[in-house]
Design a protein around this ligand. Structure first.
Ligand SMILES: Cc1cc2nc3c(=O)[nH]c(=O)nc-3n(C[C@H](O)[C@H](O)[C@H](O)COP(=O)(O)OP(=O)(O)OC[C@H]3O[C@@H](n4cnc5c(N)ncnc54)[C@H](O)[C@@H]3O)c2cc1C
Length: 377
């Protein structure tokens, strides 16, 4: 079988390497336009248990290749903070990894197994030709997928552009930090959200996000992420912390959540963020990409008829992702309205309402019901 893959991100590379492992005679080519979707993947990931299980299926020594020299901390706790309160909670065990390390590992694994890799951006008008030249075309081209746009009607695509802006930074600390951090700090402009994961014990990858309205007011108005650093450092250091963000010289990005009712059209099939993208707060992105790539490869391995394999894949993935997609959309609406949620709440309850959308609170019924009452007012 002759397969082309548009996009060499986690989804495309995992699929290529995994299928080639079991079908060495398949002719698989990955086309990668470098630097196309910084907004979708940025600097680093936290990989969860399922990711490590799926990586082990690709290469049982993956841990050694991917993590050996890096002393990557195991994350087991998360620190939640607002201007006045903080709370540490258990966090589903995971590892952080820099995007370029994960991609390099997956790419090396795929190339070693015989996958061809071509550095080239595929243009929308080239897609119909690819569909003729290859038995199967995989669209793994991320959140701004050209395939999703071109086949919008057949795939019944839905998109939600968040009224939020985010950018990436790094933070270096003299003290060891191994926890994930989730901060929501209120100011005159609105609420600034910080999400950070430890890349090493002294370096964290940081995402800063806020509503469009917050970014267009007061001290933040008209500022690039780099120009906003002094203001952000001061605000986010308020509650006994030392935030010292380093610039990555990236712009403010807008997140787009998308879903597709159908994941294939003839011999073209979507995987990863091209098919479904979740707000990053869900921590689902790479897990979803690997799961879709794994499921598609399994469907192809188990069905000799390609049309049947794609239908099987479509059915399985839609069943798997319907609920997480709904939850991600709900969470995103919550973040879009976070300024109002904080305004309506006494400052000593900000931490509780910030946490109320979080699953940990399921075990803390008194706080959950209190927050729930507030939010439903
Ligand atoms: C702020 C933020 C934080 C996140 N944090 C996490 C996290 O901690 N954990 C997690 O699991 N997920 C996280 N995610 C989600 C995760 O980044 C994505 O879900 C994941 O990268 C999707 O993988 P993918 O391969 O489908 O797409 P991508 O990673 O977007 O890769 C697509 C690839 O296709 C290439 N491409 C695009 N167009 C073309 C074209 N026309 N021709 C050729 N190549 C093309 C791009 O250059 C890119 O390399 C985060 C996302 C954001 C925005």
């Amino acid at each position: 079988m002759k397969i082309s893959i548009v996009g060499g991100g986690p989804a495309g590379l995992y699929f290529a390497a995994y299928l080639k492992k079991f079908k060495p005679d398949y002719d698989i080519t990955v086309f990668e336009a470098q630097h196309e979707s910084m907004n979708a993947y940025g600097l680093g990931y936290t990989l969860q248990k399922l990711d490590t299980i799926l990586l082990e299926r690709l290469d049982s020594d993956f841990y050694q290749h991917l993590f050996c020299e890096k002393a990557t901390p195991i994350i087991t706790q998360a620190l939640f903070k607002t201007n006045f309160q903080s709370r540490t909670l258990p966090f589903s065990e995971g590892f952080s990894v820099a995007r370029h390390d994960l991609i390099r590992y997956l790419k090396d694994t795929a190339i070693t197994k015989g996958v061809k890799f071509i550095n080239r951006k595929i243009l929308p008008e080239e897609l119909p030709r690819l569909k003729v030249d290859f038995d199967l075309v995989i669209a793994a081209d991320g959140i701004s997928s050209i395939a999703r746009k071109l086949f919008k009607k057949e795939l019944q695509v839905k998109e939600h552009k968040a009224k939020l802006k985010f950018s990436w930074f790094t933070n270096k600390t003299s003290q060891e930090r191994t926890e994930a951090c989730f901060y929501a700090f209120n100011s005159e402009e609105g609420v600034t959200l910080l999400t950070s994961y430890p890349l090493t014990k002294h370096k964290q990858v940081v995402v800063i996000e806020m509503t469009d309205k917050c970014l267009n007011s007061g001290e933040l108005k008209g500022k690039t992420p780099t120009q906003a650093i002094p203001y952000l450092n001061k605000l986010l250091s308020e509650n006994e912390d030392e935030i010292d963000l380093l610039p990555e010289n990236l712009p403010w990005y807008t997140f787009k959540m998308n879903t597709a009712e159908k994941l294939y059209s003839d011999n073209l099939v979507l995987i990863g963020d091209a098919a479904y993208s979740f707000h990053y707060s869900a921590g689902q992105g790479v897990t979803t990409s690997f799961s879709m790539a794994y499921t598609l490869a399994q469907c192809i391995l188990k069905n000799t008829d390609l049309a049947f394999a794609l239908s099987h894949y479509n059915h399985s993935v839609r069943l798997l992702l319907a609920e997480p997609a709904k939850k991600s959309l709900r969470d995103m609406h919550w973040f879009e309205n976070i300024d109002q949620h904080f305004k309506d709440t006494d400052k000593h309850e900000w931490l509780d309402i910030f946490l109320q959308k979080d699953e940990y609170l399921n075990s803390n019924t008194s706080t959950t019901s209190k927050c729930h009452t507030r939010i439903c007012r």
